[in-house]
Write a protein that binds this ligand. Structure first.
Ligand code: SF4
Length: 113
């Protein structure tokens, strides 16, 4: 029986702490929002940011036309799929996620869970 080398484990842990490990770490209980957060962290670590990080506030605007433009601006985002899956998993009802405006009319938002 071959046992894992403690040195290999130590090296892997050290690389992870140093940020040198692959960001593809997964956990059985990882939620879609966890995956989105990890993907966002990876994007930021590369010096990039998603379109919604432009500071405009259009993704959460009360103005539908602004949200429509924001949804279009999502299209080239490398997080598009994981963002959409995260929003689907928690049935988001406000703002633009993954290229979709999920904002419900104000009257339908109250009590939404
Ligand atoms: S897909 Fe998600 S992360 Fe990307 S710009 Fe749109 S809202 Fe932001």
């Amino acid at each position: 029986m071959v046992k894992d080398s403690p040195k290999l484990s130590y090296t892997a842990a050290r690389e992870e702490v140093a940020g040198e490990a692959s960001p593809s770490f997964t956990h059985p209980r990882q939620t879609p929002h966890d995956r989105l957060a990890l993907a966002l962290a990876g994007l930021l670590a590369e010096g990039n940011r998603p379109p919604c990080g432009d500071g405009s506030g259009a993704w959460t605007s009360e103005d539908r036309d602004e949200r429509t433009m924001a949804a279009r601006a999502c299209m080239p985002c490398p997080l598009l799929t994981v963002c959409r899956e995260a929003a689907d998993s928690t049935k988001e009802r406000f703002g633009v996620w993954g290229g979709r405006d999920r904002t419900q009319p104000a009257g339908k938002r109250k009590g939404a869970t």
